[in-house]
Write a protein that binds this ligand. Structure first.
Ligand code: FES
Ligand SMILES: [Fe+2]
Length: 389
């Protein structure tokens, strides 16, 4: 039995302590996807993001709004109230809030007291996505949004989906930077036996991590072979670039062509997948996916075929990571350890980066979680006597 020695275990645990995991504090000063734009309507959408209850809706002018989903009075969920014009009326005692989160009416008081309200979070709607900033509002700069131009370019035909992932978001980022699992976890969908052993190159920069893997020559699995016209071709090339762009965004780019043709004669088919991760709790995440291709854009049957097969493969990750999470949740901390191998280089660097960001943010933050007016002290409101003025 090759069980690690106590000294080895101690060293492994010391290394692991420098990497983010399910207990690492969330990074608030980042843009995360709160929802697909078409999910936010003239009715409430309730969602927990970074361990905070949020309620979203659209104003009458169609502008998306996100407020803390808890009344300032007795913390009743605002999402159980009603949307009246652009105001939210709490279903418990009727406090009314405007779209900025300010309380504008207290039915039991003659005059609405000033200075009470709930946190409002900045949103940016871009293409199919609505991004939220839950950190320091002074730092909510649109230029910090990760690059995503292809999501709105007409030469990319897209389809999208969502998983309620029962795993922390760090594990999914690691999964996406670790392509050696394709031959095993995805053996029946997008993986081929040669994948794990194919040569790869990594790029590690501060906040940017990429893995390039060239699988040439190979035989493509049907999900790629059929729509690209390379099914059965044993000289196919599969050139993969997997990029961690931010704590919220991972992009996978793949090119396919027949490697026996000279470059000028190749027909290159490309796909891109945006994997958008937003922590829900420390052991669950919102997993939004947009997948695009630059070939056969007008053929709906390709869209359906690729969507169904790809989402079956993504579901293998979702189920696999939920199983992994369960082990961590149900095993004593002393018994847990992780051994890393050479191929884990980019994901270890990425996890160290997330840990560093979380630690730095905590050290510089005076008001943890930027609770805004969620954290106001109790306010005593004069009792209404008689009719409103
Ligand atoms: S809890 Fe909302 S009005 Fe009282
Ligand atoms: Fe996977």
């Amino acid at each position: 039995m090759s069980l690690p020695s106590p000294a080895m275990l101690q060293a492994v645990k010391k290394t692991a302590a420098s990497m983010a995991n399910r207990s690492t504090r969330f990074i608030f000063n980042e843009w995360y996807v709160a929802a697909f734009g078409n999910e936010i309507k003239r009715e409430f959408l309730q969602r927990t993001l970074l361990d905070k209850r949020i309620v979203m809706f659209r104003t009458e002018a169609g502008v998306p709004v996100a407020l803390a989903d808890r009344c300032a009075h007795r913390a009743f969920p605002l999402s159980r109230g009603t949307l009246d014009g652009d105001t939210v009326v709490c279903a418990y005692h009727g406090f009314r809030y405007d779209a900025e989160g300010n309380c504008v009416e207290v039915p039991s008081a003659a005059k609405c007291p000033k200075g009470i309200g709930v946190a409002q979070y900045r949103l940016i709607e871009k293409g199919p996505l609505v991004w939220i900033w839950m950190g320091d509002p002074a730092l909510a700069d649109e230029s910090k949004l990760p690059e995503q131009a292809w999501l709105t370019q007409p030469d990319w035909e897209t389809s999208s989906g969502y998983f309620d992932l029962q795993s922390n978001y760090v594990s999914m980022h690691e999964n996406l930077l670790d392509l050696t699992h394709l031959s095993f976890l995805h053996a029946n969908t997008i993986g081929t036996p040669d994948y794990a052993k194919a040569p790869f190159k990594t790029e590690i920069d501060d906040g940017y991590f990429a893995l390039n893997r060239d699988v040439v020559p190979t035989t493509l699995p049907p999900v790629w072979g059929r729509p690209t016209g390379l099914e059965g071709c044993n000289t196919a090339a599969r050139i993969v670039r997997s990029e961690f762009k931010s704590p919220a965004f991972h992009q996978v780019n793949v090119s396919f062509y027949d490697s026996k043709l000279v470059e000028s004669e190749r027909q290159v088919s490309r796909i891109k997948t945006a994997h958008l991760l937003t922590p829900q709790t420390h052991s669950s995440s919102h997993y939004f996916i947009v997948h695009g291709r630059d070939f056969g854009q007008d053929d709906e049957s390709i869209t359906h075929f690729m969507h169904d097969n790809l989402f079956a493969a993504f579901n293998e990750d979702v189920e696999g990571l939920a199983a992994l999470e369960e082990v961590w949740l149900n095993t004593a901390a002393d018994d847990m350890f992780e051994f890393s191998v050479a191929a884990d280089g980019p994901s270890v660097a990425m996890r160290r980066y997330l840990k560093k960001r979380a630690d730095e943010e905590q050290a510089t933050q005076e008001n943890p979680g930027y609770a805004g007016t969620d954290a106001t002290m109790p306010v005593i409101i004069p009792i209404r006597t008689g009719q409103p003025a």
